[in-house]
Design a protein around this ligand. Structure first.
Ligand SMILES: [Zn+2]
Ligand SMILES: [Zn+2]
Length: 331
């Protein structure tokens, strides 16, 4: 199994999880072009992605979602409340009543049915994603204009920025599968519609990987979800002193510090020293604040917590980065 953190932090999050047969992208918080560029940098084949999974609707997790999903024509997995919040976010000028929401779901079904009739095999090309900030979908592809009937679904996509090739719903707490990958979403305490983390398990390899970022504290359900994990991407967002002394307005500081904000280095260390079972070969610290944290502080804090527990010396602690992908972690 393989975990490749393409980006982690408040300016964008995206991670590839791959098993023998399946490859998924968790969050698409950078532009489509940047996501494809970073995948190419670490030899991840974007055209081999089977799906995109979304943890929650904050921009740093969905910025490139619609363009990438349409470009690759792959399904997007959300919880229903997250999908709804995302659609609302993509169409800010419309009031999304429940009736309107149902209408949107219906329209999307129709557009999808129309899309099924269209030839879908196209390779990913970063140049076709965005040009000068404008979304270019199939208009940039010569085949799409070749036949009249192919124009209709693409035009429908362009009319509705929240339209996606295929939407699948999951429910936090209930496992589902994509190919040979078993996925268990778990609820996280964070100020979004229905935020979650994920545990991935490859049946053939009995390896488990987990992503747990964007959470205000570590509640019992998250502690349970993070048992027996081999590779753990865990938030270590801020240093408490740096946040308190830092430039953020008071209200934002309160939000970050709250039970639905982000995990501090201290809270992460507390989890590692008290609750963590020591199973992971790799712990990747992620979603570090560029303003209120320093990589060496986060690393030191986590390593100290692990060092307190002698038997965990086999754990390697790595740092995910905002500006560049880190080398794929294969296990
Ligand atoms: Zn985030
Ligand atoms: Zn968030």
């Amino acid at each position: 199994m393989r975990m490749t953190v393409l980006a982690s932090g408040s300016k964008g999050n995206a991670t590839v999880i791959a098993s023998a047969e399946t490859r998924v992208l968790v969050d698409a918080g950078l532009s489509c072009r940047e996501l494809l560029k970073r995948m190419a940098l670490v030899d991840e084949d974007a055209s081999a992605l089977d799906a995109i999974l979304i943890t929650h609707e904050h921009t740093d997790h969905v910025a490139g979602l619609s363009v990438l999903a349409r470009r690759l024509r792959i399904p997007v997995y959300f919880s229903e409340p997250t999908h709804r919040a995302w659609v609302r976010q993509m169409t800010p000028r419309t009031t999304m009543t429940y009736a309107k929401w149902l209408e949107h779901v219906q329209k999307e079904k129709e557009a999808r049915a129309a899309m099924d009739a269209v030839e879908t095999a196209e390779s990913a090309d970063p140049e076709l994603c965005e040009q000068s900030g404008t979304i270019q979908i199939a208009a940039a592809s010569p085949e799409a204009d070749a036949e009249e009937e192919e124009d209709a679904p693409e035009a429908a996509f362009r009319r509705d920025p929240a339209s996606l090739p295929v939407v699948e719903y999951f429910q936090p707490g209930i496992s589902f599968s994509i190919g040979d990958l078993a996925i268990t979403p778990f609820t996280t305490p964070h100020d979004a519609a229905d935020p979650c983390g994920f545990v991935f398990e490859s049946a053939s390899e009995s390896i488990r990987m987990a992503i747990a970022t964007d959470l205000g504290y570590v509640p019992p359900n998250v502690k349970r979800a993070l048992e027996r994990i081999d590779v753990l991407l865990l938030e270590s967002n801020h240093d408490l002193e740096m946040l308190k002394d830092g430039p953020y307005p008071w209200a934002v500081k309160q939000r970050v510090l709250s039970r639905v904000g982000h995990l501090s280095n201290h809270a992460t260390a507390e989890f590692l020293s008290r609750d963590y079972d020591g199973n992971a070969t790799y712990i990747v610290l992620g979603h570090l604040s560029e303003t209120n944290n320093a990589p060496e502080l986060a690393l030191l804090s986590a390593e100290e917590a692990i060092r307190e527990r002698g038997r965990l010396l086999g754990n390697r602690v790595l740092l995910a980065q905002q500006a560049a992908p880190i080398a794929p972690i294969c296990i």
